[in-house]
Design a protein around this ligand. Sequence first.
Ligand code: F6R
Length: 612
Amino acid sequence: MCGIVAYLGDKHAYPILVEGLHRLEYRGYDSAGIVLLDDEIHLVKKKGKVRDLEDAAGGTPKRSTIGIGHTRWATHGEPNDVNAHPHLSGNGRLALVHNGIIENYAILKKALERLGHTFVSETDTEVFVHLIEEYQTRDGISIEEAVLQALNRVIGAYAIVVVDKEDPDKLVAARKQSPLVVGVGDDEFLVASDASPIVKYTNKVVYLNDHELAIITRDGNLNIRDIANNHVEPRVEEIDLKIEELEKEGYDFFMHKEIHQQPQTIMDCMRGRLNVQEGWIKLGGLEEYKKQILQANRMIIAGCGTSWHAGLIAEYLFEDLARLPVEVEYASELRYRNPVIREGDVVLAISQSGETADTLAALKHVKEKGATIYGIVNVVGSSIARITHAGSYIHAGPEIGVASTKAFTGQVTLLSLMALMIGYERGTIPLTRYEELISELGQIPEKVREVLAYEEQVKYIASEIKDTANALYLGRGYNFPVALEGALKLKEISYIHAEGYPAAEMKHGPIALIDENMPVIVIATNQSAYDKILSNVQEVKARKAKVIAITTKGDEQLKKYADYIVEIPETMEPFTPLLSVIPLQLLSYYIAVMRGCNVDQPRNLAKSVTVE
Ligand code: F6R
């Protein structure tokens, strides 16, 4: 949801900003812009990708050692050159980039118009910079004082960076509900929406908290204040992020690389947490609050999109292995409900980015009601990781493709570890089954590798169904959320309408859609409801649908009915999703590539949804 990058130091700012924008492009890619500062403000902004911005900037952009940049995902006003950021104040003195939404912008705009301000764009952001200008000129105050006053007037979410041409050795940044990280290098500072534009220059960062303002000056000063103007001591942290992790490393798309990373990322998620030989699982991040989890009466899981699907799998895992009642909630609904939170309830949020606005708001909502809150998050230092009482990182590394793949399997791995740990300690899993389960979980990375070896077969199936307008995904039990996830992957990157359904529900409606033009992807591994799903496949086949079955290796029965088969290795039922989802990720990937779609940056989407 928009990416911000800013630089102040002794290097030429333009290439640093442009490279940073490329790294942040997954957050929004409908327009981009930069401002470079010397005695003047040099503004270039353009509808389209960062590449289009580079073309517009020409080969010889202004030499300057301070600047701000932005890549946009539109909220107010269509994507065009005028609505692109940075936005300038009316007097041309200030430039601002913004990620978030100013909810009271219409009222502020009217008030400012009455004071003589005129606006050129349709954005809330332009109102923000005019408001800062108003305070600065009315009261004759510094840029940071004016920003502080403006922050006290605006309602909504923001991460901003502002520069002032009359004060050209200073960056002023602030955040509320949208992430912002300050990189502290030798004689230079970077500010960005995440650490990816920063790591090339320094591994020392300060994560700004909500309602904090950073004033960064060329003499090497980083001064942080809260919204009431109290001094806040900056907490410098070291991050462990390698530049290769941010590159495609030979793949055409990040999504393809991330699908193939899964044997490794699942292993990384288990490293130091699962010891098969000694029979233990340890989740260090949960230790302090372990008692609450073990004694919980109920678990409420909140998330959005793919993370919500991981939550649905957790429902099966926690009920099955730990006998813990679970409710899985869309975070966007939970945040506006009046949920009954009782003593002994725990709330678990699942989020790759750790910044999803709905998930963050739902967590704050239940925290106020007294719940103990946990996070399962990928991005280290993200907002959700910081507001939860306890939690675990999935350690999947940066996920850059907009469609979530390795984060999903990381989340499911972590949830499996958690369910096993709780089940073992609550005594709901007999020891021998526990030992079998943890030994099997240890084998999963190798089995994922085996599934990936079927890539060519999946590619062939993709070529056979790529022109379809619709697709139906069916699964039962642990594979029902996988069906939802498969359908979501196809929709978001190939723009084919797809639905996921519990297989038995099909006869209550969707069966009416089935004819010879409908591909039906059935996840039919040899587990509890196998006979039932076999009947569902026959029902589908009787209506002439093209059946693509994900089956367990050696299954002869399904071969009679399915048009195409992809086999996955045998595993224990709770871990099936970790294998069965892989062919579905590959299927949507290849269909999208064959349809000429931009796999990593699908239309209308952004990686991190930091607005409502
Ligand atoms: C789908 C996808 C989205 C996210 C959702 C939640 O591939 O990526 O549905 O899963 O926006 O994002 P996080 O997990 O960052 O909270």
